[in-house]
Design a protein around this ligand. Structure first.
Ligand code: HH2
Length: 271
């Protein structure tokens, strides 16, 4: 008999990049007005969370000042909160001052690609504000990370790092129920290492914390398909299928409508 039992489908986090230079959608939603319109579109398409970011963390990206990052994200978060969007708003930042401004504006989750290592004030802030937090695996900074891809066992090292960072977050007072972990696809990893992490996603899920996966349109897909970022939707959707079968809690995507369609059709097969 076919086993049609399956884990719950992943929640869909829609990416709102208020940046001039993000690797896929840089410049498309760089003004407050266009970012708000984009966020509302993602919401209408079925996003479960809106993840608003004001600094590109693509390989080689330069750091943005706190003032500039706050200027990019806070008005967008404030406007979305003011119209009462029915989903949580997450802020994608490594800086506690930016996170605080976004929390003040109405965000309730901090998505930190440095897992609290970039800014020592971050985890205490998250704890104090009772916010949720995404702890993502990376090494170095976006400028230096692709020179730091030496691992003896990438899957074991990513799992150990995330367990250690979750322990630090809990010691800082963050509620264990409000912690997600993320293997950091594309951050200090070669294409082959990204694939290993995707092949072995179940081991990270098995560690017991909800896993967020961000593989949308990333460059390892080019090594498999030869496609540029604008043509990587099919590859990105394949990663959502992989996330679903591994029991991942959430996927962070540029393409909410296509991801929702994919999940709806897969759910119908299992009904
Ligand atoms: N990837 C990016 C940014 N933030 N956060 C989490 N938790 N996981 C990820 O994989 C992740 C992330 C990079 O993607 P994007 O935001 O589309 O590009 P850019 O950093 O160039 O703005």
């Amino acid at each position: 008999m076919v086993d049609r039992s399956a884990p719950a489908p992943p929640r869909v986090w829609g990416i709102v990049n208020v940046t001039p230079d993000s690797f896929h959608d840089g410049g498309r939603h760089a003004t407050t007005e266009s970012a708000i319109a984009h966020a509302r579109r993602l919401l209408a398409e079925g996003a479960d969370v809106l993840d608003v970011g004001g600094e590109s963390t693509r390989p080689g990206a330069e750091e943005v000042s706190v003032d500039e990052e706050v200027r990019r994200v806070a008005p967008v978060v404030r406007a979305l909160a003011a119209v009462g969007v029915p989903v949580p708003i997450s802020v994608d930042t490594r800086k506690a001052a930016v996170a605080e401004a976004a929390l003040d504006a109405g965000a309730t989750i901090v998505n930190d690609v440095s897992a609290g290592t970039h800014d020592p004030a971050m985890l205490a802030l998250v704890a104090r504000r009772g916010a949720g937090v995404v702890l993502m695996h990376s090494r170095g900074t976006p400028r230096t990370m692709q020179g730091q891809t030496a691992y003896a066992d990438v899957v074991a090292e990513v799992r150990a790092h995330l367990a250690a960072r979750a322990a630090v977050a809990e010691e800082a007072g963050v509620s264990p129920a409000r912690i997600w972990v993320d293997p950091g696809i594309g951050f200090a990893k070669t294409a082959e290492q990204n694939l290993l992490l995707l092949r072995h996603l179940e081991t990270l899920v098995g560690d017991g914390r909800p896993v967020l996966l961000g593989a949308s349109r990333k460059s390892f897909l080019e090594s498999l398909t030869g496609r540029r970022a604008e043509d990587r939707l099919a590859g990105s959707l394949a990663c959502v299928v992989r996330a679903l079968e591994a029991g991942v809690a959430a996927v962070r995507v540029h393409d909410v409508a296509a991801t929702r369609d994919l999940l709806a059709v897969l759910a119908a097969f299992r009904a």
